[in-house]
Design a protein around this ligand. Structure first.
Ligand SMILES: Nc1nc2c(ncn2[C@@H]2O[C@H](COP(=O)(O)OP(=O)(O)O)[C@@H](O)[C@H]2O)c(=O)[nH]1
Ligand SMILES: [Mg+2]
Length: 328
């Protein structure tokens, strides 16, 4: 081989050759590829190894899949919205899911720990939102069903590691998504009238903002990025900004909560009705029961109306936390 590899790459190559399990072969090959210097002389070698890697990953995925009846990538929607947490490996997706929900996916230093999506429920005030942990976005192999899962989600949280080349991680993740025709909603005007694209609201999470030093890295990240992204610095480890994150998810889902007040009774605050932002009294009536929609005589709203209590028409637009009384 004409390529002169540095000693650590040669060692990594040996470890790869000696690896026995599929999992080990993938992990050692990853390390090996990472240690090969990037220049013209190694182009072929790197391309070859990447091909091997994607084959190994494909067979690992296939192995997992045949053991199952239903696809693990079809996750039933629960709660007020479905949110996919995506990103390259080791940025802290699983750690965030653990910190935010009742789910406990494996968190690990080893790359490619997460092979299957794992859903968990996150409580935002009085609303449950479904978060889904996903396998890493990778140039070598990407499960087509993962892309479909992302397309179905109401919101994408794209995680980067503020301590490890976050600009590259963000650019690579976005490039992979866009190659598969998934585009952040705020880029929509760059692609007028393209029917084949899926536009999804997307929020970037700069994870591992554990301390002041990391906050400075976040500042640098915002300066280095060529465009302005909706972005929040967070830390799964310290819990930094996780409350803001919940609020941002709620806002990103573009939903409102409405409480029903049966005539002559107190409002029922135990469980909100969740409706898309912009919904009207009529939409709310339809959500409660078809009878209310068909026979609605009058409605009163506490909260968003001009006066404290106000009789409103069917097409009155409701706001988050409104209390509504319907009469039929
Ligand atoms: N310092 C720090 N480490 C983190 C944080 N979140 C995750 N990690 C570590 O990063 C590694 C990868 O985390 P994991 O959740 O498995 O990443 P994933 O591959 O994106 O799911 C693990 O060693 C975690 O302990 C964080 O907020 N701060
Ligand atoms: Mg993971």
């Amino acid at each position: 081989m004409p390529t002169n590899l540095p000693p650590d790459a040669l060692q990594a190559e040996n470890r790869y050759r000696e690896a026995e399990t599929l999992e080990d072969r993938i992990a050692t090959l990853e390390v090996y590829i990472g240690l090969i210097p990037k220049h013209k002389g190694t182009d072929h070698l790197r391309a070859d190894l990447r091909k091997q890697l994607s084959k190994l990953k494909a067979s690992a995925q296939a192995g997992k899949k045949t053991a199952r009846q239903d696809s693990a990538f079809r996750i039933d929607r629960e709660g007020a919205g479905q949110v996919a947490i995506v990103g390259v490996t080791n940025v802290g997706k699983s750690a965030l899911i653990s910190a935010l929900t009742n789910a406990a996916p494996e968190v690990s230093d080893a790359p490619y720990t997460t092979w299957e999506p794992t859903p968990g429920m996150m409580l935002v005030e009085d609303v449950q939102v479904q978060l889904i942990d996903t396998p890493p976005l990778s140039r070598d192999y990407i499960e087509p069903e993962l892309l479909n899962l992302i397309r179905r989600a109401d919101l994408i949280l794209l995680v980067v590691d503020v301590q490890t080349q976050p600009v590259q991680q963000l650019e690579e993740s976005i490039a992979i998504l866009e190659e598969h025709r998934i585009v952040p909603l705020h880029h929509q005007d760059r692609y007028p009238d393209d029917q084949r694209l899926t536009f999804r609201p997307l929020l970037v999470l700069a994870n591992k903002c554990d301390d002041q030093e990391a906050d400075e890295l976040f500042e640098i990240l915002t300066v280095l990025l060529e465009e302005k992204w909706p972005m929040l610095p967070v830390s799964a480890t310290t819990g930094h900004n996780l409350e803001q994150l919940k609020q941002a998810v709620f806002d990103g889902l573009a939903i409102i909560r409405v409480y029903a007040k049966p005539p002559g009774k107190d409002p029922d605050f135990s469980q909100p009705y969740v409706l898309p932002r912009g919904s009207t009294v009529e939409d709310f009536a339809r959500k409660i029961h078809k009878d209310f929609y068909d026979n609605l005589k009058a409605a009163r709203v506490w909260g968003s109306a001009t006066f404290d209590v106000q009789a409103v028409s069917r097409d009155h637009v409701l706001r988050d936390r409104d209390v509504v009384e319907l009469r039929i």
